[in-house]
Each structure stands twice: as C-alpha cells, then as structure tokens.
Design a protein around this ligand. Structure first.
Ligand SMILES: C[S@@+](CC[C@H](N)C(=O)[O-])C[C@H]1O[C@@H](n2cnc3c(N)ncnc32)[C@H](O)[C@@H]1O
Length: 213
C-alpha cells in the first residue's frame, strides 16, 4: 500500500494550511544568491508552494516537489494565481530523480522524512546537483536529552541528532550554522523544539590565502 502522509488530508482543504506568505528563508536566499535569468532553484517538500511561488515571483527558475498530490495541485494553483511559471511535481525525497543542476537547493521541515539508509545518499545527490558557488539550505528538528518530545510528534519523522546535518557539509563553506530552541503551540499544547539550520555554499574556487579575506 502506498504511504500517504497526514499532509495529504490537511492539504485537501480549500484553505492553505501553511498560509501563502513566504518563509523568512526566502529573503536569506535572495541576499546570498540574488535572482537573475537562468538561476535555478529546487524546493524539496514544497507543501502547498508558498515559498516556491514566492521565489518564482522574484525571477528564479523554480522546480518544486512534494509527496502529496494535493500539495502539488495547490502549488500549481498558487502559481497560476500569482501569474508565475513553476515546475511542480509529485516525488518522494527518498528516491527522487531530477536530471538538472541547481544554484539553490533548499528544504524546510522535510528532511526528517528521509529513511535512515537514504540520508547519506540524499546529501551526496543534492551536493552533486548543486552548481559551483551554489547554496544548500536545510533545517531539521533535533533531539536533546533535556527537551521533551513534542506532543504531536509524527511517528514517520526521524529524530535527528544535534549537529548531524552539519556533518554532511564539512567540505563546503558554511554561510550559517545555527541551533535554536523555541516555543511552539502546535496541537494547542505549548512545548519546545530544538532546530538545526544549515546554509552552505559549494565553494569551488582557488585555495584561499590570507589575502582573500
Ligand atoms: C512541515 S511540511 C513543510 C512544507 C513546506 N516546506 C513549507 O514550509 O510550507 C513538510 C512537508 O514534507 C512533505 N513530505 C513528507 N514526506 C515526504 C517525502 N517522503 N517526500 C517528499 N515530501 C514529503 C509533506 O507532504 C509536507 O508538505
């Protein structure tokens, strides 16, 4: 039987579950690698498309996928409403195949759905799919012994170790490495999350010396 996420049901509603305003990460990406003709972006686990559509509206050439049919249908609808073109399709983060290279690859709230055996191959793949000087942006909830599990924890989400995300990018330039603890009220019960955020650049220039800094 095909694996169906709870998101499929949530996205079936007329309203946009996550709203239509872009995440702050989009503004961070624009500063790091501003839009220009031919600059390609991939949004992995795009949900209902709020970030992908915003990035397209800024002039990027955007590809976006999600495992949910309803999410992709809404992404396409949002793109039409905003009069932008976007390449949106259904795919699974665990086995997607795209024969393209990208300047920016990002994913918010989704890499925890990678199964254990696919985590290392996923990062090898997205790093290979990134153009020289391109950017990868990821975030993921991580477990800490002093923070209780969220009450609405989804059993399909893998618990990541603190710092694990950063370890896949030791050969790239870190633009941002963050770990933050914040309050959350999802499910109506206040709780805490710890989240790791990584922004890394595929630096492929010459070996740097003190004259370069
Ligand atoms: C927390 S939501 C984030 C959605 C979107 N990135 C946003 O910020 O609005 C996580 C997304 O991951 C998607 N997802 C879950 N499992 C997936 C998988 N195996 N492959 C691709 N997407 C998946 C869900 O459908 C959902 O849209």
């Amino acid at each position: 039987m095909a694996y169906i996420t709870q998101y499929e049901k949530w996205y079936a509603k007329e309203d946009y579950f996550w709203g239509t305003e872009p995440n702050e990460l989009c503004h961070e990406l624009i500063k790091l690698l501003p839009p220009a003709p031919g600059i390609k972006v991939l949004d992995i686990g795009c949900g209902e498309g709020k970030d992908a559509v915003f990035m397209a509206s800024q002039g990027y050439d955007v590809y976006a996928f999600d495992i949910t049919e309803n999410g992709i249908a809404k992404t396409k609808r949002l793109a039409e409403t905003n009069n932008v073109k976007i390449n949106a399709f259904v795919a699974d983060i665990n086995n997607f195949k795209i024969d393209e290279k990208f300047d920016i690859i990002y994913s918010t709230g989704t890499i925890q759905y990678l199964v254990d055996s696919e985590i290392a191959p996923f990062f090898a793949k997205v790093k290979e799919m990134t153009e020289p000087n391109g950017i990868n942006w990821f975030n993921v909830f991580v477990s800490k012994p002093f923070i209780a599990k969220a009450p609405d924890y989804d059993e399909n989400e893998k618990e990541w170790k603190s710092g694990q995300l950063f370890s896949y990018y030791s050969d790239w330039k870190f633009e941002r490495v963050d770990e933050e603890i914040f309050r959350c009220n999802s499910s109506g019960i206040p709780h805490l999350h710890c989240m790791d955020v990584l922004v890394a650049r595929k630096y492929t220039g010459k070996v740097l010396g003190p004259e370069d800094i």
